[in-house]
Design a protein around this ligand. Structure first.
Ligand code: MRU
Length: 380
């Protein structure tokens, strides 16, 4: 891990792990967390400075930063910034552990309530809480220098979470590209560098296959209502010079019927022990279509996206967002006055519709109930 370098944004010193991607959804500097505002892409590439826990929470909530792994990494960093800011306000030489624990609880709760579905958010906060607890173990009071030491350790953990994610994505690319045939590959939402610590999950696998010289054409679902596919995946693929065509979400079935789709690959926000998978709304419909047409359906996700405490889909909370996102297309109203709408951000694909999971620990094939816990363990 290194500290240093110059951001594309400014001349500030910034913290980032080895191997960070050239597409940077966030930059961590001594001033705070700069988030590339994904709501504005691809028309504007603008970073917003989140120098408080409230601003980081808001950036996650409004989808300025999004994608399960990216949310987790930002929560890990937000945890540090939240604690650092609180400590800065107190000019004390000694800190009661109980008071610190209260502050840590408040920080955790604020960040954990930003969005409910992506488990990476809770997983990263749990990691930071464990680091905190093991540092304060058997102590009642921390001196100023001990508190500074604790902050350094938490910073390192945040960078480690980020670095591990990049490594996991590269590994998934290595394992997953072997599964991808040449021809049309359909993907949904955005699972690239923008949604992760770098490189991407499903888009990372596509990237690896492309780099291996496979002749691929990516069909990019536009992904209503927020158009993560049309705006973000297309933006990344353009930068990477990978061939693609944006399609409306409802074109997928017809393309499959025409024999143009050779495989579907996408990401996940939370995967239960039995393989039930929460991902961007529309994923379930794609899985049903793929099954009907006999097309392989892959989910690429790091082990941090597996929730072994969730037995099945009944244990996965699904975020419902404002109906305004459906009733309007960005700033333009597209529905009559008084129209109502439903806006589930995610749906759940039953494990039985998934051909295999691509993880950094290997490919997981059915039976998932047995194989997921064998491959994915949060202990190692
Ligand atoms: O609402 P979003 O844009 O955060 O949803 C993102 C997705 O559904 C992604 O497919 C998922 O987080 C995997 S990102 C590698």
């Amino acid at each position: 891990m290194k500290k240093g370098g110059t951001g594309t944004l400014s001349k500030e010193k910034f913290f980032e792990p080895e191997g960070a991607d050239k597409i940077k959804p966030f930059l961590w500097t001594e001033k705070g967390l700069y988030v590339l505002d994904q709501r504005k892409l691809p028309l504007e590439e603008k970073y917003i400075l989140c120098d408080s826990i409230h601003k980081i929470r808001k950036a996650i909530k409004v989808l300025a930063v999004r994608g399960a792994p990216a949310i987790g990494i930002c929560a890990g960093i937000g945890f540090v910034i939240g604690l650092e800011n609180w400590l800065k306000k107190k000019e004390l030489n000694k800190f009661k552990v109980n008071k610190l624990r209260q502050v840590v609880g408040w920080i955790t709760n604020l960040l954990a309530t930003a969005r409910p579905t992506a488990v990476n958010l809770f997983w990263a906060l749990e990691r930071q809480n464990k680091v905190f607890e093991s540092f304060v173990k058997d102590k009642e009071v921390l001196s100023k220098s001990e508190v500074e030491e604790l902050l350094e350790i938490l910073k390192k953990e945040a960078l480690k979470i980020w670095e591990e994610d990049i490594k996991a994505n590269l590994k998934m690319g290595e394992f997953g590209e072997k599964l991808l045939p040449e021809g049309g590959i359909l993907t949904h939402c955005n699972t690239g560098a923008l949604a992760t610590g770098g490189y991407g999950t499903a888009l990372g696998v596509i990237r690896s296959a492309w780099n291996k010289g496979k002749k691929i054409l990516v069909y990019v679902d536009e992904t209503r209502p927020l158009l993560q596919g049309a705006r973000l995946t297309a933006w990344e693929l353009s930068k990477l010079k990978i061939s693609y065509k944006v399609i409306t979400d409802n074109s997928a079935g017809f393309l499959m019927q025409l024999g143009k789709v050779k495989a579907v690959i996408l990401g996940a926000d939370r995967i239960a022990k039995n393989g039930d998978t929460a991902n961007k709304i529309g994923t379930y419909a794609l899985a049903v279509l793929a099954k009907y047409h006999g097309i392989p359906f892959y989910v690429a996700a790091p082990s941090s996206t597996f929730d072994l405490k969730a037995e099945s889909k009944k244990d996965i909370p699904i975020e419902e967002r404002s109906s305004c996102e459906v009733l309007n297309c960005f700033k333009s109203r597209i529905t009559p006055p008084g129209a109502e709408a439903l806006n589930f951000a995610f749906d759940i694909t039953p494990g039985e519709l998934i051909t295999a999971f691509i993880t950094e620990k290997g490919i997981i094939k059915p039976p998932f109930e047995q194989n997921i816990p064998k491959v994915v363990s949060h202990e190692s």
